[in-house]
Design a protein around this ligand. Structure first.
Ligand SMILES: Cc1cc2nc3c(=O)[nH]c(=O)nc-3n(C[C@H](O)[C@H](O)[C@H](O)COP(=O)(O)OP(=O)(O)OC[C@H]3O[C@@H](n4cnc5c(N)ncnc54)[C@H](O)[C@@H]3O)c2cc1C
Length: 465
């Protein structure tokens, strides 16, 4: 233990109500692990907070000592920002309370909540918060970066649905941020990530959704580029109620796929219709009649089933590497290139995820929140997912090479929550015309860059990188 972290430990020990875990302590080994198995760091101290006072104490003590500090909600940062070697982790996993007001359709949840905690609480009243698609993802990191998921074409991004934040800033004081109190901070927290402090409480708007119409199917061979072209041409005029996404991947070894097609390149489609199922059926049926899909399923799903459907695809502890970008349009050359890349994909669990933003999320004005580009609707996420460390190089190279080939067609901009840890040079690109305003707010609220383990907006004149 370095002297700095030892001092933090000794100072916290007196008043901290939660758990203080050091290397060698019983729970430390499990507590230090985060979702991405590529990032195996060993913090000097994990401070598992139980309440706002614990967070204040940890922030104040660590900031005074200059100890490197990571903030952790769900630990799902693709870049591994929620841990660090030798420093302090402020872990919010014991702060997962959710309260729901059915009349005002508002919920409040604590800064350590996972998406599943919120869905479980809100669904008791038939209400839903627009968030992400995997229930074990942390809500804080997701919402602060923006938050895309099944509901965002109809109801906007997660950050568009925030009414207010409670935050512990770098001097340890508590601030509220909403349209009336600290409005600049409120603007920055909707897309600007964990740059400004530790959010201990989110107040969010909910929407009545308890079930959806769901469809899925897989296309093979020449039908792969054809279905992507249909999707590309259809989505710009699609109703907001429809979210249709395609993953280019390797078909699974499951019984619903004919034996001769298992383990082959495939375009895996998923369609979700939110709203009156009778109105949605025609859209789902039509999409799943194109390009000879197999393993077709159509059903009405509970919202909770939808929200947990992809959980097993992205388990904790595997190795993940990601690159992402936006396109105004998707040309045939790039579609061909992505389909070709499936021939050399090093891991069958990796995928090229194609989604279309648009809808309510795109109708929010560019300067209303700090969230990056809303005007380029096509999103390409290259998601590397494998288990053997010996295959790191092959998997990372495959992603980097494909990204380099697609890059000339991409518009500047990237969603900060889908960036890896080696892309700090792209952070200004992620925010574009919002960058200078973000730097000014960062300089005001965190002039010493205490909160720097994130896609970092450096304050002016900070010496901390
Ligand atoms: C399996 C999986 C599925 C995903 N699906 C989606 C999706 O559908 N839609 C989508 O938009 N994104 C998705 N993402 C990306 C996700 O938004 C980011 O990984 C996000 O950072 C996860 O948040 P977290 O709280 O779990 O992360 P953590 O690793 O805990 O933290 C991430 C960042 O947020 C900061 N932070 C965490 N908690 C707080 C807090 N309370 N206050 C201030 N800062 C904080 C941390 O310092 C860190 O910089 C997914 C990621 C994974 C791994």
């Amino acid at each position: 233990m370095t002297r700095g972290i030892e001092e933090v430990y000794l100072a916290l020990r007196r008043q901290f109500r939660g758990d203080l875990l050091r290397p060698g302590d019983g729970e430390y080994a499990d507590a230090r692990v985060i979702w991405n198995g590529m990032v195996a760091r060993k913090p000097g101290l994990i401070a598992r907070c139980t309440n706002v006072a614990d967070v204040q104490l940890a922030v104040r003590t660590a900031a005074a000592s200059g100890v490197l500090t990571a903030i952790r909600c769900g630990g799902h940062s693709l870049a591994g920002f929620s841990s660090c070697d030798d420093g302090l982790v402020i872990d919010l996993s014991r702060m997962r309370a959710v309260s729901v007001d059915g009349e005002t359709r508002l919920a409040r949840f604590e800064g350590g909540c996972l998406l599943g905690n919120i869905d479980t609480a809100t669904q008791k009243l038939g209400l839903a918060f627009p968030s992400g698609v995997v229930s074990h993802t942390g809500a804080a990191g997701l919402v602060l970066g923006g938050g895309t998921g099944w509901l965002n074409r109809l109801h906007g991004l997660s950050c568009d649905n925030v009414a207010g934040f409670t935050i512990v800033i770098g001097d340890g004081s508590v601030a509220r941020a909403n349209s009336k109190e600290n409005p600049e901070l409120f603007w920055a927290l909707r897309g600007g990530g964990g740059n400004f402090g530790v959010v201990t409480d989110f107040e969010v708007h909910l929407h009545p959704v308890s079930s959806v119409l769901f469809g899925a199917g897989m296309c093979f061979g020449d039908d792969i580029p054809a279905i992507v072209q249909h999707w590309r041409d259809f989505m710009p005029n699609a109703p907001d109620n429809l979210r249709w996404g395609i993953s280019l991947t390797i078909s699974p070894q499951t019984e619903n796929v004919p034996a001769q097609l298992r383990g082959r390149p495939a375009a895996s489609q998923s369609l979700v219709w939110i709203g009156d199922p009778d109105k949605g059926r025609a859209f789902v049926d039509r999409a799943l009649s194109l390009c000879n899909p197999i393993a077709v399923t159509k059903s009405e799903l509970s919202f909770l089933s939808l929200q947990t459907m992809a959980d097993a695809e992205f388990p904790h502890g595997r190795r993940y590497y990601t690159k992402s970008g936006y396109l105004k349009s998707l040309n045939d050359r790039d579609i061909r290139r992505m389909v070709q890349a499936l021939e050399t994909i090093p891991s069958p669990a990796s995928q090229i995820e194609l989604s279309y933003l648009g809808g309510a999320a795109a109708r929010v004005a560019a300067d209303e929140t700090a969230f990056g580009d809303r005007s380029s609707p096509f999103i390409v996420n290259l998601l590397g997912n494998w288990s053997d460390p010996a295959e790191d190089s092959a998997n990372i190279s495959w992603i980097r090479e494909l990204f380099a080939e697609l890059r000339p067609s991409m518009t500047p901009g990237v969603y900060v929550n889908f960036m890896s840890g080696d892309e700090q040079d792209r952070v200004p690109e992620a925010y574009r015309e919002r960058w200078d305003r973000l730097v000014a707010i960062k300089t005001h609220y965190d002039p010493d860059n205490f909160f720097r383990l994130n896609q970092n907006v450096r304050p002016q004149k900070s010496s901390q990188s």
